[in-house]
Design a protein around this ligand. Structure first.
Ligand code: UD1
Ligand code: UDP
Length: 382
């Protein structure tokens, strides 16, 4: 029997972290040829992930430009994917999540009549401008996909409400698979600044912020709230700043020069995961961090108005702080000054996965092609 050629397409840091264990799982299975095509919507931040997980893509579209727009990302991906698909002739294309690479990858697969598997399917806020453009990307990919790998039961329910019931699997999120390979108690950071932080003596706050819908006033308010929190509490705030020039400028303007704020370059995925494991509180607008921190028992304040990841809010380890200065300052103040409030959030919860998502996804792909048994669904808490 011919090997199945399964092509994973990704381009940004979070897609790469979440697809890396899947690319490896595919490569380890008999009967599958694992092909990797990157768009490089992110360049440096993607290359860092490729290095950490020792991935060597067969195809690289190398599309990134400074301050790129949604249209340029999408059109460059589409044009580049034509050539990649024609050369590599995949039997199925896997895309991840909700970025412009994800949408363009799925659309391009459709144009070439190649079936699409959507990893991290079924997340929704039902607000088409928030997160922007991710919510629309998810919906568009749902319309195109043939197989849906939902992290949680809640995600499957979202798809069911839209009439999608065929080819849907609840697998857990592959980010938990990735996290299991990176976090180690004896980890030493490459940057000595991180080894020297006063873990256990002062509260360590880990911060990230990058969302497009927060550009402008919301991001100004978030950053000035972060500055106020750092100035008024005995904490060390570590903020690996996303390479987007918009974010860089805003972070430096509000947080540069504050002695207990460490504005540092983006961290490699293993550095980031181990720093999170040693931090006390996470303040973020990131999707990935909202999934990782609960499994490490770290409370999260989400710097957004909504979340498509309600599971950890229900589990009590994540709270929506919003994007208003007063709300962010007061919610952080409570967690930093009230031990009972902190303890109520600081417990491990694993609603997003058990570290076996990639195995289930590959089993489901083999089942789809009539080459294996249907996998059991992931059930949180089992
Ligand atoms: C993108 C995704 C977003 C995801 C985020 C993860 C879209 C539209 N947005 O947003 O869903 O949450 O990635 O981080 O798909 N840059 C560099 N080097 C890098 C990466 C970025 O210089 O390695 C700079 C470039 O100037 C680039 C800008 O950052 O133009 C923005 O990158 P882009 O991918 O357009 O948007 P993100 O905000 O990163
Ligand atoms: N991350 C990283 N280095 C950093 C910041 C984040 O490796 O400096 C990781 C983080 O642990 C998570 C992923 O990148 O696995 C999240 O990416 P990001 O916040 O850029 O995107 P989102 O998840 O919001 O789409």
């Amino acid at each position: 029997m011919e090997k199945l050629r399964i092509m994973s397409v990704f381009g940004t840091r979070p897609e790469a972290i979440k697809m890396a264990p899947l690319v490896k799982e595919l490569a380890g299975r008999e009967g599958i040829e694992s092909i990797c095509c990157v768009t490089a919507q992110h360049r440096e931040m993607l290359d860092s992930v490729l290095q950490v997980f020792d991935l060597h893509p067969q195809w690289d579209l190398d599309i990134m430009t400074p301050r790129q727009t949604l249209s340029t990302i999408t059109s460059k991906c589409l044009t580049g994917m034509d050539e990649a698909i024609e050369a590599l002739k995949p039997d199925m294309i896997l895309v991840h999540g909700d970025t412009s690479t994800t949408f363009a990858g799925a659309l391009s697969a459709f144009y070439h009549k190649v079936p699409v598997g959507h990893v991290e399917a079924g997340l929704r806020t039902y607000d088409k401008y928030s997160p922007y453009p991710e919510e629309m990307n998810r919906k568009l990919v749902t319309a195109i996909a043939d197989l849906y790998f939902c992290p949680t039961e809640n995600n499957r329910e979202n798809l069911r409400r839209e009439g999608i019931t065929e080819g849907v699997f609840v697998t857990g999120n592959t980010v938990i698979d990735a996290l299991k390979t990176t976090v180690r108690p004896d980890y030493r950071f490459a940057a000595d600044e991180l080894n020297r932080l006063p873990y256990g003596e002062k509260k360590i706050l880990l911060v990230t912020c990058h969302r497009r819908e927060n550009y402008g006033q919301p991001m100004e308010d978030i950053m000035s709230a972060l500055a106020e929190i750092a100035r008024t509490h005995e904490v060390e705030m570590v903020y690996p700043v996303h390479l987007s020039p918009v974010v860089q400028e805003c972070a430096k303007k509000h947080l540069g020069g504050i002695p207990n704020v460490h504005l540092i370059p983006p961290l490699a995925a293993d550095e980031m995961h181990n720093l999170m494991a040693r931090s006390d509180l996470v303040l973020t607008d990131s999707g990935g961090l909202q999934e990782e921190a609960p499994s490490l028992g770290k409370p999260v304040l989400v710097l957004r108005r909504e979340t498509e990841r309600p599971e950890a809010v229900t589990a009590g380890t994540v709270k929506l702080a919003g994007v208003k200065y007063e709300d962010i300052v007061s919610m952080a103040h409570e967690l930093l000054t009230s031990p009972p409030a902190y303890a109520a959030m600081a417990h491990a919860a694993n609603p997003y996965g058990d570290g076996k998502a990639c195995g289930r996804i590959v089993d489901a792909i083999l089942w789809h092609f009539g080459r294996g048994a249907k996998p059991e669904d992931f059930r949180a808490g089992t």
